[in-house]
Design a binder for this molecule. Structure first.
Ligand code: GTP
Length: 342
């Protein structure tokens, strides 16, 4: 059985971190986001098709030394084809029923149980569902008691929402679904293909699971997922190897070789490998890119600093992404594909 992992997005809402790296390789608790998905795959899955485009070389390189026990196919799209187009582009590798997984989710979904649910309902397409409070930011499903989905309602007002359940980014599809997708076109699975399958087959089901789910789309959710995982693992922080900490660190994730100078106070933040936080820095709810330097006595709150940036001493920033280098060629100015708003 195959699983297609959609890992070709630009991750524009996570810029500047995604100016230099594939979103699916962003560290979550010091290991690439995509490895959490690979850990989730059931035994039935023997082949993983990585649907890539932006920063595909990084992904390819990573998988040269990472063995997840499955065959890995790196399927490079000539141009970004969106979630639907990327699935179609992987068609040649699909032999039967298959999974499609967004690479940016961290969750407790058990795919074995999803297969059983799919079989029980003789479903054409089964999607994972997760309940949310803020329905007006998402596509919400109109779903019957047995899980049969009748329609999607995009960003409804709370009073108009048919449920509080949203697409959680994992699909189990019968191969004929591929016939619905035109080749070589930018197509959204969620917006263009799923409604058509609901209409034609009436065998479109939603599988609601328990536990936890987070979509790592924005910086706020990137920080939030770390808080969740620290709590879940009963940890107050995570420190990589060879860090030198002369100040105070609380509820942080530090990569390897991070330096924290005397008098500095770093709270609720994620600091990537080889970053230097000099002396008397106060920093809260920040993400600091790899090999960046934060100068003495700087004050940062809710700031994302890209890789290889240098902030001079006594800087002060709040609610701001920091990037002073060139933006990579072809990187879009705003979201493409499934625009869900900032
Ligand atoms: P934003 O630009 O911030 O919206 O992020 P994104 O580009 O990752 O888009 P989104 O969060 O909607 O993508 C959901 C999943 O689909 C992610 O795992 C993406 O990597 C993946 N994805 C989005 N667009 C494409 C695409 O054109 N090709 C491929 N292969 N994957 C895609």
């Amino acid at each position: 059985m195959e699983a297609i992992i959609l890992a070709g997005g630009f991750g524009t809402r996570l810029r500047p971190l995604t100016y230099t790296r594939a979103k699916s390789l962003l560290p979550i608790m010091n290991r690439p986001m995509i490895t959490y998905l690979l850990d989730m795959l059931p035994e039935e899955v023997d082949t993983v098709v990585l649907a890539v485009n932006y920063r595909k070389k990084q992904i390819e390189e990573y998988f040269k030394s990472y063995d997840c026990g499955k065959d890995i196919i790196v399927n490079d799209e000539p141009t970004p084809l969106g979630t639907g187009g990327a699935v179609k582009f992987a068609q040649q590798h699909i032999t039967d029923r298959f999974f499609v997984l967004n690479s940016d989710i961290i969750c407790s979904l058990q795919l074995e149980k999803m297969i059983l649910f799919h079989e029980k309902h003789r479903s054409a397409s089964t999607i994972s569902l997760w309940p949310v409070e803020n329905v007006s930011e998402f596509g919400v499903v109109d779903v019957k008691e047995d899980g049969n989905i009748i329609r999607f309602v995009e960003k409804p007002r709370p009073e108009d929402a048919p449920s509080n359940l949203i697409n959680a980014g994992a699909y189990l599809l019968e191969p004929f679904v591929l016939d619905y997708i035109q080749p070589d076109k930018l197509i959204s699975m969620e917006k263009e293909i799923f409604p058509q399958i609901i209409k034609d087959t009436k065998r479109f089901y939603g599988y609601q699971f328990q536990g936890y789910w987070m979509d790592i789309g924005r910086i706020s959710s990137y920080l939030q997922v770390h808080e969740m995982l620290l709590d879940k693992n009963n940890m107050s922080q995570m420190i990589g190897t060879n860090c030198k900490i002369h100040g105070r660190v609380d509820r942080c994730i530090l990569g390897n070789n991070v330096f924290i100078g005397k008098g500095s106070m770093v709270t609720s933040s994620v600091v990537f490998d080889d970053a230097v936080i000099e002396e008397d820095v106060h920093m809260d709810r920040c993400v600091i890119g790899s090999q960046s330097t934060i100068g003495n006595s700087t004050r940062l709150h809710n700031v994302v600093v890209g890789d290889h940036e240098v902030l001079s001493s006594e800087s002060s920033y709040e609610n701001k992404p920091i990037w002073t280098q060139q933006i990579p060629e072809g990187y879009p100015q705003k979201q493409i594909g499934n625009v869900i708003g900032e």
